[in-house]
Ligand binder design. Structure first.
Ligand code: ATP
Length: 235
């Protein structure tokens, strides 16, 4: 469960003549997210990633409070991050090991202490994401889509209670996009999925539409997508 209580983000940006101006990136937001699959949509620069990053404290709220899995994100950051998996749009931001197998194995180091068992489990995970034959491929030699799959595989291997995925399928072809959508449907974790893919949004239980730092629609997919289309049409 994710709870936001008046949670917002304000930044200071350089203004004229060396001054600093305050800019609201996300207006204070209060909501309780209990649904299993939640999508966040909105225009570029509307505040979606900022909202997603509040959930695990990657981006601290400058006002209000965020509670994830019953823990205050500001005071229990490390514990929250052990329960919340985060998948970035850019897989290079999170792939740290030389090969695909080592990267997934690293994610499993706590859950599976035995090295052989860990490697076997990592291989299973890679197979599931179509990367079995790439186990020993240097990460830098993988395609963008393969890296995106690997990043997701590594995070899901940790069996998080909450998965925050910030546009995790942008580099994937149609087939793998659908595979990832199926995986996101099947995982037991609560999923918060930031996306521009309106087909993916239709599968969500609840959809938040963000516009200029505010949640302007919040409900079932059909109404939320209609609100989003209206917003886009008037620009
Ligand atoms: N530290 C910062 N300083 C200044 N502006 C910021 C900062 N962080 C975010 N912003 C601005 O806040 C707005 C929201 O950013 P955010 O990354 O949340 O948007 P987004 O909806 O995820 O966009 P996209 O779909 O393009 O990824 C953007 O205009 C961004 O430039």
């Amino acid at each position: 469960m994710i709870e936001l209580h008046e949670a917002g983000v304000t930044v200071e940006v350089p203004g004229p003549a060396g001054t600093l101006e305050r800019r609201v990136v996300l207006e204070p937001l209060t909501c309780t997210l209990t649904e299993r699959r939640i999508a966040v949509i909105g225009a570029n620069g509307s505040g979606k990633s900022t909202l997603a990053r509040l959930v695990n404290g990657l981006r601290p709220a400058t006002t209000g409070r965020v509670t994830t899995c019953g823990l205050d994100v500001a005071t229990h950051g490390a514990r929250v991050r052990s329960l919340v998996g985060f998948v970035f749009t850019d897989p290079d931001a999170q792939l740290v090991m030389p090969t695909a197998l080592e990267d997934v194995a690293l994610s499993l180091r706590r859950a599976v202490p035995d090295r052989r068992q860990r490697e076997a489990r990592a291989r299973e995970v890679l197979e599931r994401f179509g990367l079995g034959e790439r186990a020993h491929t240097p990460v830098h030699a993988l395609s963008g889509g393969q890296k995106q799959l690997l990043a997701l595989a590594g995070v899901l291997a940790t069996e998080p209670q909450v998965l925050v995925a910030d546009e995790p399928t942008t580099l994937l072809d149609l087939r793998w996009r659908r595979v990832v959508e199926d995986v996101l449907d099947e995982v037991p974790a609560q999923v918060l999925h930031v996306t521009h893919d309106l087909q993916a949004v239709e599968r969500a239980d609840r959809v938040l539409v963000v516009d200029q730092g505010r949640v302007v629609a919040d409900g079932r997919a059909a109404e939320a997508v209609a609100a989003y289309r209206d917003l886009m049409a008037v620009r």
